[in-house]
Design a protein around this ligand. Structure first.
Ligand SMILES: Nc1ncnc2c1ncn2[C@@H]1O[C@H](COP(=O)(O)OP(=O)(O)OP(=O)(O)O)[C@@H](O)[C@H]1O
Length: 677
């Protein structure tokens, strides 16, 4: 039995031994390196190949409208589709490929890879920066040679030779400078490709414990990318060569060297003051901006409510309040930044004037020549420019550093997902043990040590007043929130110990607040899986009893659904989401208020769907406030204030409920009678 179950465990007949080996390392040769969780399989080979990719320009990276950035493998051929049908991926399903197991999620390793790429590429850029900075000396040397050698010797040959050599040096410098910018741009792309999917994946996992704010870390990654291609980074890279230029000026004359050193030190002090003066207001501005963005996000999601309830002025005011706070803080920070940048620019220009003046005096004294004075002034400008650039870009740097810290913290704190044992397809046995839930940051006990069990194929209705904890229990049964303590076990294994993907394949969930993804009805039923088979989609629609409803739509399964669910009605959305829950032949279904938006025919279809599920041996938990569904379930649980008040066979529980209500009525009558008497 076990063998038989494992035989169909996601291995298709055409999977070769090599493929299996590659998959075991979380990387299939057949798949392109995509900006999807599959990207975790980016191998050491692809890392080694990175320099070639850089050398070949964007040859290694392609950005496609439908799949996002990918690193090309396979000669740019489309990926082999390994995601053909359903079956829960582990036996029992008609097409076991449905369960395509991504490799283990190694966030820390991926972060390390990203760092390595940046370090390696920056090392190469540093070599080019060194060459560029040395070649920068060509122009002052040219000036120096013209005024002190050519003009005195009046040699045309020397002038021509000198001009050719210096022109070559200048061209080379321009080429090196362009190459280093090319590399930095590609480094930014490579960082996005390497870290984009893991950051998004880590954010999605982290949102299990939080309110989803980690998704903003993707914006931090964008900030990092921008910094990698910014002029500030070039200035930072040029700064270490400033001492070289200062040394050259010292060689011209120590006095001039001292002037430049004095200015360089002054510029550093200015940089520190600037950083101190601007870091707080810039941080305030960013915080307020992210709050404003959150309001914007919520406005776009609730646009219809906002219009219907005439809440536009309030929503705009909320956004405006935070935007204004951000702008105010930005003005303060930028004012200070501009002042200190102006001070540093003034200091640099004054230094150059001072050097020309003092240089002229030294020339008059006969200590240096006129050419030396001009050359030293140009070199001084070159020595001080990157320091000044760093001061001006300090804010960008500190923002990027904070963004990197957030990315790094998210990746480091993400639990490393080891590849878990592929278990046999579950039968649908559910065990809930001492389930306790106290939401983080509160003292409210939402679920108070619930313990119950369901056999495969059982159907349970969870009833109870509003706020009893039904939805919370439903979320916990599918693992979308984690209990404070206690366990939810599917086929004896704690949900946390199931492979996420495999668990998802075997679970169907219809949330209370139905959201569909922008795309066709077909894609929505197929949980947005590429390559899902039409048969499986149709089967899910039949099981959920929604095929007729879909067939009545002008475009049938190809009807496009917008982010807000239009053009579907609330009930239609709910029924499509029901079909989505049935997709992939799940073994355990949780339906949270599935009939809240349904009319009589929808109610009937839902009852049929639950009957189909029972016939298919699927364990079903249906959370409901309406009594109409109670006739199609085996068991009923009554929840009150997070406690199980009643649990048992339908008839018994209904009887007890009846007794309770009769008892209540009797007590009321007695009270009434006593009062009257
Ligand atoms: N993350 C949370 N933080 C604080 N309180 C929470 C959280 N989640 C749930 N609660 C509280 O737990 C209680 C139960 O909520 P739940 O949504 O499970 O109730 P319900 O029985 O599904 O209600 P309804 O039938 O109205 O949907 C509520 O009082 C709710 O405020």
């Amino acid at each position: 039995m076990l063998d038989k179950t494992f035989t169909g465990s996601g291995q298709t007949p055409d999977v070769t031994a090599d493929d299996t080996k590659a998959t075991a390392h979380g990387c299939s040769e057949k798949d392109p390196l995509k900006l999807t969780p599959d990207l975790r399989c980016d191998s050491a080979e692809s890392m080694k190949a990175a320099p070639e990719r850089i050398a070949k320009g964007l040859g290694g990276v392609q950005i496609e409208a439908d799949t996002g950035p990918t690193l090309k493998q396979n000669g740019g051929q489309p990926p082999a589709n390994t995601n053909g049908g359903n079956g829960g991926g582990d036996g029992g399903g008609s097409k076991p490929e449905f369960h395509k197991r991504p490799g283990p999620e190694q966030f820390v390793q991926q972060l390390r890879k990203g760092r390595q790429v940046v370090r390696r590429n920056l090392g190469f850029v540093m070599v080019l920066t060194c060459a560029t900075n040395l070649l920068v000396l060509a122009v002052p040397i040219y000036l120096f040679q013209i005024s002190d050698r050519v003009l005195t010797s009046r040699s045309i040959d020397t002038l021509i030779m000198l001009t050719i050599v210096i022109a070559g040096a200048v061209i080379l410098q321009a080429v090196f400078d362009a190459i280093r910018r090319f590399i930095l741009m590609r480094t930014a792309v490579e960082v996005a490709v390497l870290l984009g999917a893991p950051v998004l994946s880590a954010a999605a996992h982290a949102s299990l414990h939080d309110n989803g704010r980690q998704y903003q870390t993707l914006g931090d990654l964008q900030l990092l990318r921008s910094f990698l291609v910014s002029g500030t980074l070039i200035s930072f890279l040029d700064v270490p060569f400033a001492p070289l230029f200062i040394l050259a000026i010292f060689l011209v004359h120590p006095h001039l060297g001292l002037i430049v050193i004095g200015t360089a030190l002054a510029l550093m002090v200015i940089a520190m003051i600037n950083q101190k003066a601007t870091s707080k207001p810039f941080a305030e501005a960013n915080l307020a901006q992210s709050k404003a963005n959150m309001h914007l996000d919520s406005m776009s999601r609730n646009s219809q409510i906002i219009n219907a309830l005439a809440m536009v002025p309030e929503a705009v005011a909320l956004w405006g309040r935070d935007t204004a706070a951000s702008l105010r803080a930005q003005v303060v920070a930028q004012d200070r930044n501009i002042v200190w940048a102006a001070v540093s620019r003034g200091a640099r220009l004054l230094t150059q004037i001072g050097m020309l003046g003092w240089g002229a005096f030294l020339a008059l004294e006969g200590e240096i020549t006129g050419g030396m004075v001009i050359a030293a002034s140009i070199i001084a400008g070159r020595a001080l420019a990157p320091i000044e650039g760093s001061i001006e870009g300090w804010n960008g740097f500190s923002q990027s550093r904070a963004a990197y810290d957030r990315v790094s913290n998210l990746m480091m704190s993400s639990v490393q997902k080891y590849e878990k044992l592929r278990l046999p397809r579950p039968e649908g046995r559910l065990n809930v043990e001492r389930l306790l839930y106290v939401p983080a940051g509160t003292k409210q006990v939402v679920l108070n040590g619930l313990t119950f069990g369901l056999n495969p194929g059982d159907s349970l209705a969870v009833i109870g007043n509003s706020g009893a904890g039904k939805t919370t229990l439903g979320k916990m049964l599918v693992g979308s929130i984690l209990p404070t303590s206690g366990n939810v076990r599917l086929d004896l294994m704690d949900l946390r110990n199931w492979d996420d993907r495999q668990l998802g394949e075997n679970i169907g969930y219809l949330p209370q607040d139905v959201q569909l993804f922008p795309g066709s009805i077909k894609n929505n039923i197929a949980r947005m899986r590429e390559g899902a088979s039409d048969d499986d989609i149709h089967r899910a629609a039949l099981l959920a009893d929604v095929h007729d409803m879909i067939a009545s739509l002008p475009h049938g399964y190809e009807t496009m659904v917008a982010a807000d669910g239009s053009p579907l009605s609330g009930g239609q959305k709910q029924r499509i989401a029901l079909a989505r829950a049935f997709f992939g032949n799940p073994r355990f279904l949780v339906l949270d208020e599935p009939n809240s938006n349904l009319d009589t025919s929808g109610d009937q279809a839902l009852a049929n769907a639950i009957r189909h599920a029972r016939e298919a041996g699927i364990t079903v938990v249906v959370i409901t406030q309406k009594p109409s569904l109670l006739s199609v379930v085996d068991k009923i649980m009554l929840l009150a204030d997070g406690n199980i008040v009643l649990f048992g066979e339908r008839q018994q529980v209904l009887q007890k409920l009846q007794e309770r209500s009769n008892g209540g009525r009797l007590a009321n009558q007695n009270q009434g009678g006593a009062g009257n008497g």
